[in-house]
Design a protein around this ligand. Structure first.
Ligand code: NAG
Ligand code: NAG
Ligand code: NAG
Length: 360
């Protein structure tokens, strides 16, 4: 037990010494890796497969880091916000951390009231991933791998998980995730949990951002943020973002201090599996992003629980200082037969693709 903190300290020392270090010496060491194309760059750490920064120009050429996070890697270890993280094995909440699969009851680690959130106490955002490959060049990318073991946080079966972050075009970021069930059926639902503020991570709230979400329905939740099982229309409610709408215009009318809800995306995915999920524009800087993905839902979260978190450059983040657009399956799907299934059978592969197109 006493050895664990020492190990972590050692890892941090190595991590800080290692920006863009080569793959060979990084097998299970925490490092920070940069993907860069001209004035556009992002940094990723294999701690939680986390995006720690994404730097974008605006129309005047001013650069800003548009994701919330910390300086260095150390503070991510005890982080409770999931800044930039890749969450799993099952993102979002599972009611009472319980589900039954093929007649067998499973109990997960409870870490959010009476529920399991984002894979439990030590989900995929709180483990060291292996750097499989990193390439520079016209389309720089990094591939990270994690082997999740049978029984980890209560989930059934071994699961091989990959995520590739890639600069797939000018001012683009593609995220490809996959997970292969090895020996047992298991739910799998990964999500990328970056907190975006297109004005810059330290520019204040996103309440003046314009958001469009291509979804006519949401999955309403109870007081503990567990879906009731209904699929409710957004028409005539403060959840309606079908037309570009300022985040702050109706935020006071939603319970829970802001948006934290799964949208049921409209239409069917295009032949390549992708559909348009959302568009966000920051009027102050003129920066904008379009998000495409192959998932049935997107959790729209306006950082309602963010409170006095000391981040990059000593900046203190507060409520609504960012927004998250976490494409995923529907929350608690394992307990709702009317929601799209998240079960991956042995030999089957779960695939989740996202594409962010930035402009300014
Ligand atoms: C994380 O929290 C533990 C327990 O409170 C503490 O011992 C450790 O120093 C913290 N680590 C960092 C990097 O802050
Ligand atoms: C957890 O469940 C217990 C028993 O049903 C209940 O009394 C308690 O209020 C719940 N706690 C939360 C945080 O929802
Ligand atoms: C999962 O992704 C990795 C990295 O991109 C790739 O090498 C692998 O072939 C993929 N697995 C499947 C089953 O698609």
């Amino acid at each position: 037990m006493a050895r664990a903190p020492l190990m972590l300290i050692l890892l941090f020392i190595l991590a800080f010494a290692c920006v863009n270090c080569s793959i060979a010496n990084t097998k299970k060491i925490v490092g920070l890796y940069e993907l860069k194309k001209g004035d556009y760059s992002l940094r990723i750490t294999n701690w939680g497969a986390t995006i720690t920064s994404l730097i974008l120009p605006d129309s005047k050429g001013n650069l800003a880091d548009v994701v919330l996070g910390y300086d260095g890697i150390g503070p991510y270890i005890n982080d409770t916000t999931y800044f930039g993280a890749l969450v799993g094995r099952v993102a979002n909440r599972i009611a009472r951390g319980r589900f039954v699969l093929n007649g067998k009851p499973y109990r997960l680690f409870i870490n959010n009231g009476n529920n399991s959130l984002h894979g439990g106490h030590r989900g995929f955002s709180k483990v060291i991933w292996t750097v499989k490959e990193k390439m520079d060049g016209d389309y720089p990318y990094i591939t990270l791998y994690y082997h999740s073991f049978d029984g980890e946080q209560g989930f059934p079966g071994d699961l091989d998980v990959y995520v590739t972050y890639k600069i797939s075009g000018p001012y683009e970021l593609s995220v490809h995730m996959n997970a292969t069930a090895i020996d047992k059926a298991t739910p799998a639902n990964l999500a990328q949990h970056t907190y975006w503020n297109l004005g810059g991570h330290n520019s204040g709230t996103i309440l003046s951002n314009t958001v469009q979400i291509f979804a006519s329905h949401i999955t309403p939740v109870d007081a503990s943020l567990i879906p009731t099982g209904q699929i409710a229309p957004v028409a005539g409610t403060p959840y309606d973002f079908l037309q570009p709408t300022t985040v702050g215009s109706h935020i006071k009318e939603v319970s829970g201090g802001g948006y934290d809800i799964n949208y049921v995306l409209d239409g069917s995915p295009s032949p390549n599996g992708m559909r348009k999920v959302a568009a966000v524009r920051d009027g102050r800087s003129g920066r904008a992003v379009e998000l495409w993905a192959n998932q049935p839902g997107v959790q729209f979260y306006t950082a309602n629980f963010l409170d006095n978190v000391k981040g990059k450059g000593g900046h203190v983040y507060g409520k609504h200082d960012a927004l998250c657009l976490e494409t995923q399956g529907f929350p608690d799907a394992v307990n709702h037969p009317n929601f799209p299934s998240q079960i991956v059978n042995p030999g089957e592969v779960y695939k989740h693709d996202m594409l962010f197109k930035f402009s300014f």
